[in-house]
Design a protein. Structure first.
Length: 306
C-alpha cells in the first residue's frame, strides 16, 4: 500500500481544524478536493476514519491512532517548507562573521542586530579575534565574512580594502582638549598608551614623532585598543585609536581629537575566493560595506581589490 502525502496532510488538517471547511482553508485547496483526498485514504486503508455526529466530523479510534503516527511527519514537512520560504525571503540561515577587536564591542553588534530585526530565525555566529586568525578562519570556511587588519596573508582570500583614520583619545581633564588637532609638537612629553611595536598604528605613530625629531614617551603597552582606552579613562595618558573603538564607547571620561600628520589604519573586509557566499552572506555584505563607507578616509564606496 502506497499512501500519498497529500492524503495524509488532508486527513491531518481535518483533525486539527475539526471541519472540511477549515482543512480546505488551511491547505489552500477546495472543499471537494479535501473530501476527495479523504475518500481516497479511506478506500486505500479500508478504514472508516470519521463519523458524522450532529453535523460534526468525529475521528474514529483508528483515526486517532493514525493521527498520532503522522503528526510529526506532517509538522516536520511544514517546518521544512517554512524554512525554505524563510531562506527565499532571507529570514533564516546562518550568518557567520569574525571581526578584529575594536569593531566587535559596538559597531558590529549594532549592525548585526539591525540586520537580524527582520530575520527572527537567523542563527548568528560572531567572534572577535586577532587579524591573522580571522584570515585563517575565513580561509578554512569557519566563517563566511571577516573584518581584519592588513596585510593580507593568503592569495585565496577576496578582500575589500578599508582605510580608517585614527584619532587621539585623551582624558576629559587633559588641557590639550582645547586643541581641535593635535601634533607631535603639542604632544611632546605626554605619556602615550600604545599597541605592541609591530602594530601598524604604533609603527606609524613612532615614525611621525621621529620625523618631527620629538621623542615618543610610551607609558603603557597593550594588545587591544579597548585596553588602551580604559587607561585613557583613568587619566594615565593619551592613545592613538581607530574610530570604531571611540565612537561606540559612550563613557564621558574621554574625548577624541584629530592627529596630524594623519595616521591611517589599513583594514579589509574578507571572504573566500574559492567558495561563494550564501544568499544571507551576500545581503549582510552589502549592508556592511555601505555602513563602513563613512569611516573611510575618502568616503568613497568600498570596492573589491583586483
Amino acid at each position: 500500500m502506497r499512501l500519498r502525502f497529500r492524503q495524509l496532510q488532508a486527513f491531518h488538517a481535518i483533525i486539527e481544524t475539526g471541519t472540511v471547511t477549515g482543512a480546505a482553508e488551511s491547505l489552500g485547496i477546495s472543499q471537494p478536493g479535501i473530501s476527495n483526498l479523504l475518500a481516497q485514504l479511506e478506500r486505500q486503508t479500508g478504514l472508516m476514519l470519521f463519523e458524522r455526529l450532529q453535523g460534526r466530523l468525529v475521528p474514529t479510534p483508528e483515526a486517532e491512532l493514525m493521527h498520532r503516527e503522522i503528526d510529526t511527519v506532517v509538522r516536520g514537512l511544514d517546518h521544512v517548507t517554512q524554512t525554505v520560504v524563510d531562506l527565499q525571503n532571507k529570514q533564516a540561515g546562518q550568518l557567520q562573521i569574525a571581526s578584529q577587536h575594536s569593531m566587535s564591542f559596538g559597531f558590529m553588534p549594532k549592525l548585526i542586530a539591525e540586520f537580524a530585526e527582520t530575520r527572527p530565525d537567523m542563527n548568528i555566529s560572531f567572534q572577535s579575534q586577532y587579524s591573522s586568525k580571522i584570515q585563517e578562519w575565513v580561509l578554512s570556511g569557519l566563517f563566511e565574512i571577516g573584518i581584519c587588519e592588513m596585510p593580507m596573508l593568503y592569495d585565496t582570500l577576496q578582500y575589500y580594502p578599508l582605510h580608517v583614520e585614527t584619532r587621539i583619545a585623551l582624558h576629559k581633564g587633559n588641557p590639550l582638549k582645547r586643541y581641535d588637532v593635535l601634533t607631535p609638537e603639542l604632544l611632546k612629553g605626554e605619556p602615550f598608551l600604545v599597541m605592541g611595536p609591530d602594530h601598524i598604528t604604533q609603527r606609524r605613530l613612532r615614525e611621525a614623532f621621529e620625523k618631527s625629531d620629538i621623542p615618543l614617551k610610551a607609558r603603557v603597552h597593550s594588545h587591544l585598543f579597548k585596553n588602551l582606552l580604559a587607561f585613557v579613562k583613568e587619566g594615565m595618558g593619551v592613545a592613538l585609536l581607530d574610530r570604531f573603538g571611540l565612537e561606540f564607547d559612550y563613557d564621558d571620561r574621554f574625548i577624541a581629537r584629530r592627529f596630524e600628520p594623519s595616521i591611517v589604519m589599513d583594514m579589509a573586509v574578507i571572504t573566500s575566493a574559492t567558495r561563494p557566499l550564501s544568499q544571507l552572506g551576500k545581503e549582510f555584505m552589502k549592508l556592511l560595506l555601505t555602513e563602513l563607507q563613512p569611516y573611510t578616509v575618502d568616503g568613497k564606496p568600498i570596492v573589491r581589490a583586483k
